[in-house]
Design a protein around this ligand. Structure first.
Ligand code: 13P
Ligand code: SF4
Length: 304
């Protein structure tokens, strides 16, 4: 922490001077999560918080699609990304033309698109979802067939939870969660009996089937806080366990984790640079933003 302290102090001072707030995803490093964030949360919580920001500037500590979502929902604010290259393998997997192709394949079926996508892809969709509300939204939509994009594994996990619908999906995946296998989990459980295994629904369904609980990043934090298991393996991004371990000394966090290279592009140094220079503002074409806003706001309304 001594190494980070000067950055933390400088960022918190500059944040006040510039009337900025920092919205940080649960996958940020502990020094960002605990040191400088004003709000932390999963994708849904950050989107809702973005609508409530009154400060002039939002610094998005997360990946690019999250900054776009904040800009779409609160266009009067300046939304700054500390590194414009912090992308997402899911957002890279699909274009608006791919959505139109899915519509041609399944005429009349509503398109539910994960927020981990570009503004153009959201604009081409009927409604967005996050990992915390996907099953609720799919169950509530009219029609027997529902198109879910772009995460094939989230879609397959939702399909199991909502058997009354025929869920069809696109072939995207998260490079962090697709790496886990059911065999890894089974072997880990065999060698570490009594460990509570907790997955994110971006993991393949056979991995989720091995888990005691599966949920969004904030769902995972809530589960561990409520249950306080003696030992827990978080089958997700590495910062999750680091961020909650100090407040849960009774839980032993064990097992491997995978790092998201995009989330880890956001560092304290870059956050300080962003506040100093005002670089780099995220812009979304207003015609695209208008349509994308409808899809995101519909999701927020249905999640209440
Ligand atoms: P949630 O925080 O919504 O669970 O999403 C996880 C994720 O991968 C964000 O990129
Ligand atoms: Fe994208 Fe996966 Fe990284 Fe989340 S963890 S930003 S879904 S690549």
């Amino acid at each position: 922490w001594a190494r980070y302290a000067p950055y933390v102090a400088a960022i918190n001072k500059l944040k006040k001077e510039k009337n900025a707030v920092i919205l940080a995803h649960n996958y940020m490093t502990p020094q960002i999560y605990h040191g400088v964030a004003d709000v932390v949360g999963d994708s849904l919580q950050l989107a809702i918080e973005a609508t409530r920001v009154e400060a002039d500037i939002i610094v998005q500590c997360g990946v690019h699609f999250m900054a776009e979502t904040s800009k779409i929902l609160n266009p009067a604010k300046i939304v700054l990304m500390p590194d414009m290259d912090a992308g997402c393998s899911l957002a890279d997997a699909i274009t608006a033309a791919d959505i139109e192709e899915m519509r041609r394949q399944y005429p009349g079926a509503p398109v539910v698109t994960y927020v981990n996508t570009t503004a153009e892809v959201k604009a081409a969709s009927d409604i967005c979802c996050t990992s915390s509300n996907a099953a609720q939204i799919v169950a509530a939509l009219d029609g027997d067939t529902i198109i879910m994009t772009p995460d094939q594994y989230l879609a397959q996990n939702v399909a199991k939870m909502v058997p009354q619908k025929r869920v069809v999906w696109y072939n995207g995946s998260c490079i962090v969660h697709e790496q886990y296998t059911a065999q890894d989990i089974r072997e880990f459980r065999e060698w570490n009996p009594g460990t509570r295994i907790i997955t994110h629904p971006e993991c393949p369904p056979e991995v989720v089937a091995e888990a005691d609980y599966s949920g969004s990043t904030s769902g995972i934090i809530k589960y561990v806080n409520d249950e306080k298991p003696e030992r827990a393996m978080l089958v997700t991004e590495c910062s999750m366990a680091s961020n909650i371990a100090d407040s849960l000394p009774e839980v032993d966090f064990v097992g491997p984790c995978n790092m998201c290279p995009y989330m880890k592009m956001i560092t304290l140094e870059k956050v300080l640079w962003t506040l100093h220079t005002g670089q780099t503002p995220v812009e979304v074409d207003e015609a695209v933003a208008g349509k994308a806003r409808q899809a995101v706001e519909r999701m927020i309304d249905m999640s209440k």
